[in-house]
Design a protein around this ligand. Structure first.
Ligand SMILES: [Zn+2]
Ligand SMILES: [Zn+2]
Length: 166
């Protein structure tokens, strides 16, 4: 593979992972996988969450992809590298910036601030129904997300924490 090929594969994998993470979060974690995701949406003082098991599962899959790629497919190996890069970006944004499990620094402006606001609004709903902003790297305007939450509350399709959108 040429260097350009490798870079393109990594970038494609990173972009693809945002789509994959969005759909997993929306349809699996807030669907049949809710039993593992639930404690991420409830207040607690534990260091670890059952939700962290998802990271263990996905991490194991990536390790398997690296091994398979090493023996059989250079492109797969570079795709696994892209997935790993996405994992690092995700951990930085989600566990770092938003939930402050890794460091305590909250961005005050720009796109980084929007990312934090958008994910906080993801946490504005109670229970697995409804909700907004299931992605992590791509975030819509928080004002639009708040409007969507209000609409869900009025339609009765989500339970929204009081004061989070008013
Ligand atoms: Zn969630
Ligand atoms: Zn979260």
């Amino acid at each position: 593979m040429t260097l350009l090929d490798k870079i393109a594969t990594v970038l494609l994998a990173v972009g693809g992972m945002e789509l994959f993470a969005w759909s997993m979060h929306k349809y699996v974690m807030h669907g049949w996988g809710w039993a593992w995701h639930r404690d991420h949406h409830e207040p607690h003082h534990n260091v670890l969450e059952r939700n962290d098991l998802f990271a263990v599962v996905f991490g194991s899959i990536v390790v398997a992809l690296f091994i398979i790629g090493y023996y059989w497919s250079e492109r797969l190996w570079w795709a696994a590298m892209g997935i790993t890069v996405y994992g690092a970006i995700y951990a930085f944004i989600h566990d770092g910036l938003v939930h402050q499990r890794l460091f305590k620094w909250t961005p005050k402006h720009g796109y980084a601030k929007r990312l934090v606001q958008a994910h906080r609004l993801h946490h504005a709903t109670i229970g697995k129904e409804g909700g907004v902003s299931f992605g992590f790297v791509v975030a819509r305007d928080p004002a639009r997300l708040k409007a969507e939450l209000k609409r869900q509350r009025e339609a009765g399709t989500a339970v929204v924490r009081p004061a989070s959108v008013d």
